[in-house]
Design a protein around this ligand. Structure first.
Ligand code: GL7
Length: 845
């Protein structure tokens, strides 16, 4: 009997050990069942939202089985894990990505078709989780995808903001912000983990306690408030591999440890209210891009995030009985995405000293060898510094640890450079201002074994100027890892038409795994038939973008015009202002050619649609003025019937990942025109090139490396380089160069009311040499020349097409796969481990 039971059990387990079936009928069943049983909706009612959600859950089911298996496999391998700590992620829509990863896209599409839905229409039902403000958050998401695809055991950690980055609408010709409650209909990709909870303490006070036995002084952190962190997990699938990683996002909850005393005093409501205070902690994402808001809530969010994450990492690590804490750096790599999570350095010290009772040297050895820091900006206003009294109030124990780190570090500096007090002051974590400030970047550099910049020129600036003292002390600590993007999302998913052309002409899909394979397209760049396919593909994408513009901006644009795109956060250094001034100049020139009846020259004008999109931080008034100016100029131009179809200008509202997926494939030219030395890397520049769009760029960030890859003939570069900008910044104060005549004319027209009643005085005044921090005046002339060169190139369609093909084919360096391999080798010292199930049916892939 026992034997029989055993056999029965084994049979059952064998049955259960198969992956869910993935034939079309089974997919249909699973979708309909989720509509009925998970969502409790009528399965016959046509309801896109329910069908999207049910489809997503059906896909998620298939991810979950791989996900749990991967985690178990990695634990059994005892392999080193990477933890990517980021306060921001911009995941974009997940449905198509997950289906492609599972290699089930076609089957799901067929399944849905028979149920009466197209995959495309259901895709539109998914809301973007806007848990980031710009490139930094999108980069983190690309990294998660590549980590899984390359079979690295890696987890992302972040915060589950209830309200993502605000929704931008254009009201009364200006930006208006609305809350983005992305969870309104629920988020089918996440799994709540009520079993994964940690208490995070803030405030309170520290007390020195002498151990009566050893005489050792121990610091105790008492009192304060506890907030509960609860995890929500989102599976991160790899492309065509079973490996599935995890993104764990924390939400804050009231801690359940109620003060019983106040209950008994009849203070029931007061006690609950007090506890409910912790709820708002993860309510909202700070919307600033390249700017540190310096708000108490932000510091609390950062600490809450870091503490929950480190407790979780340590708990997982300690689960394995063979793991001693001193071995942590061999099993765990923690990457800090900017300084936002840099409080991890003292927090990990605290956990090791106070909870694990390690000595300082051991704890420091562990922290230093486990953590690494990526810097993403050199802009002073983006470097995080916290008022020391605030840190003391919220994190008194951490401030003590920071003091000790600083003390030991500065002693080392004094030993290395005796008699150099200025150097000591420059390098200190504490700035001796009023009030004193804690410099998070210094803390991160000192506490980490590696610091990396995100493009060659950016890393150069870190070493030569921003962190020069630290570079002199530890040159081997600094490395460059130029950013990359996930080409599977930005080519395969966003641009299926182009992907089909590429695969057709290469005769294989292998470029999807290895972007280097695209190089072979270069030989074909002048082949007329290939060019025809390529041009058709581009026109198709432009028509789609034109329809999108019609829908969102109510402007009719001609898909044969050049689509000239400038999309990114609105920021002075990104110089959307310069672009719109150039547009105004183009308009005025067309008008004067018309007035002077210069028809030959008019025929030479390239018809153009200038497309802007991007959000301005709600309290950044200059950026909001730039949006107003763009809209004012766009309105004037679009309603001027004299110029016919020669020029149109649109501002597409609410730029986000899904909007980018429509805009980028439909662009001919894209602008990346930041003042040299300000854009650390930029990543949309890479995405545009991958989609057959040529760059018009300043000598900044990754533009310079893109130029090296695509060749000078295939990119339009202009303006001062970083060195020249540095010199100009000092000399312009007293040399006061004359404003370019064309610029002077444009600004005069703006002031005179040509583009509506607003005179935009403060914007225009910012062009005066003494105010022009971003060198708009200086670069304007060479900017216009670069535009002319790009116009001339566009007038020759075959040459233009060849350039776009070569530029796309040269992008292999800019895949996030390359980038992640570099992190793995230069910083994390980890190897991939691919999970292959021994006895599961894996027919799906
Ligand atoms: C940024 C940089 O501004 C941007 O140039 C870079 O590409 C990106 C990713 O490395 O990081 N830094 C930053 O604070 N934000 C960025 O986008 C918001």
């Amino acid at each position: 009997e026992e034997q029989e039971l055993k056999e029965k059990k084994e049979k059952l387990w064998k049955l259960l050990c198969t992956y869910l079936p993935c034939d079309v009928l089974s997919l249909q069943k699973s979708i309909v069942q989720h509509v009925e049983y998970t969502l409790a909706r009528r399965r016959y009612k046509r309801d896109k939202c329910s069908f999207y959600q049910a489809t997503a859950i059906s896909v998620r089911d298939r991810l979950i089985e791989r996900w749990t298996d991967t985690q178990q496999y990695l634990s059994s391998k005892d392999s080193k894990r990477v933890y990517y700590l980021s306060l921001e992620y911009l995941l974009g829509r997940n449905l198509q990505n997950a289906m492609s990863c599972l290699a089930l896209r076609n089957r799901y599409a067929a399944a849905l078709e028979e149920l009466g839905y197209s995959l495309e229409e259901l895709t539109e039902e998914e809301r973007d989780p806007g848990l980031g403000s710009g490139g930094l958050g999108r980069l983190a998401s690309c990294f998660l995808d590549s980590l899984a695809t390359l079979n690295f055991g890696a987890w992302g950690y972040g915060l589950r903001y209830k309200f993502g980055l605000f929704e931008q609408r254009l009201i009364s010709k200006a930006q208006a912000e609305f809350p983005d409650f992305w969870l309104k209909e629920g988020y089918p990709w996440e799994v709540e983990r009520p079993d994964v909870q940690y208490l995070v303490r803030m405030y309170g006070e520290v007390e020195d306690r002498v151990d009566p036995e050893t005489g050792e002084v121990k610091v105790a952190w008492k009192g304060g408030e506890d907030v509960l962190a609860e995890g929500f997990d989102i599976p991160v699938p790899g492309f065509h591999t079973l490996n599935t990683n995890n993104l764990r996002l924390w939400t804050s909850k009231a801690s359940c440890e109620f003060d019983l005393g106040s209950f008994n005093d009849g203070q029931y409501y007061a006690a609950i209210e007090e506890k409910e205070r912790s709820e708002p902690l993860t309510s909202v994402l700070y919307p600033c891009d390249n700017n540190a808001p310096g708000k108490e809530l932000r510091l609390r969010q950062q600490y809450f995030f870091v503490s929950a994450t480190l407790q979780d990492i340590l708990r997982r690590y300690k689960k394995s009985p063979s793991h001693g804490l001193l071995d942590l750096p061999n099993k765990v790599a923690i990457q800090l995405n900017e300084t936002h999570p840099a409080i991890a350095i003292p927090e990990l010290m605290r956990l090791l000293l106070d909870d694990e009772n390690l000595c300082w040297q051991d704890a420091w050895h562990i922290v230093h060898n486990t953590c690494a820091y990526t810097n993403h900006t050199v802009m002073p206003e983006a470097l995080e510094i916290w008022p020391l009294p605030l840190v003391e109030q919220i994190l008194p124990r951490h401030l003590r640890i920071i003091y000790e780190i600083n003390h030991q570090f500065l002693s080392e500096v004094r030993r290395r450079w005796p008699g150099d007090p200025q150097r000591v002051a420059r390098m200190s974590i504490i700035e001796e201002s009023e009030p004193k400030m804690v410099k998070m970047a210094h803390l991160a550099i000192i506490g980490c074994h590696k610091v990396n910049g995100v493009a060659q020129v950016h890393t150069g600036l870190l070493c030569k100027s921003l962190f020069r003292d630290f570079y002199e002390m530890w040159p081997e600590k600094f490395v460059n890892i130029t950013n990359g993007v996930n080409h599977r999302r930005w080519m395969l998913q966003a641009n299926p038409a182009m992907s089909a052309v590429i695969s057709k002409w290469l005769g294989t899909h292998d470029w999807v795994h290895d972007l280097g394979r695209l190089e072979r397209l270069k030989e074909l760049s002048s082949n007329p038939e290939f060019q025809r396919d390529w041009q058709e593909m581009k026109r198709y994408n432009k028509r789609k973008l034109a329809e999108f513009i019609e829908r969102t901006c109510d402007v009719d644009v001609d898909a044969d015009a050049m689509f000239d795109v400038h999309v990114k956060r609105i920021h002075e250094y990104k110089r959307q202002f310069m672009n719109i001034l150039g547009v105004a100049y183009r308009y005025l020139r067309i008008l004067s050619l018309l007035a002077e009846e210069k028809f030959d020259e008019l025929r030479q004008v390239v018809p153009k649609v200038v497309i802007f999109a991007g959000k301005a931080a709600p309290n950044y008034s200059v950026a909001k003025d730039v949006i107003k100016l763009i809209i004012a100029i766009a309105d004037t131009i679009n309603s001027d019937t004299r110029i016919g179809g020669l020029l149109k200008v649109v501002f597409i509202p609410n730029y986000n990942v899904s909007v980018a997926e429509v805009i980028i494939p439909g662009s001919d030219l894209s602008q990346h025109i930041s003042t040299a030395g300000f854009e650390a890397s930029g990543t949309s520049n890479m995405k545009f090139c991958m989609n057959g769009s040529l760059l018009l760029g300043s000598r900044d960030g990754a533009n310079l490396e893109i130029e090296q890859s695509v060749g000078r003939a295939n990119i339009f570069m202009f303006g001062a380089n970083t060195k020249e900008v540095r010199t100009l910044q000092t000399t312009m104060q007293y040399r006061k160069p004359q404003l370019d005549g064309r610029l002077a004319h444009v600004t005069q027209e703006i002031r005179s009311g040509r583009f509506g009643p607003t005179s935009f005085d403060s914007l225009v005044d910012s062009l005066l040499p003494e105010n022009d921090r971003y060198m708009v005046g200086h670069d304007f002339g060479s900017y216009l020349e670069a535009l002319e060169v790009s116009d001339a190139a566009f007038r020759k369609p075959e040459e233009w097409t060849a350039k776009t093909i070569v530029s796309c084919a040269s992008m292999s360096r800019f895949s996030s796969d390359r980038c992640i391999r570099e992190y793995a080798e230069k910083i994390w010292n980890v190897e991939p481990h691919q999970f292959r199930p021994p006895n599961k049916n894996t027919s799906s892939s």
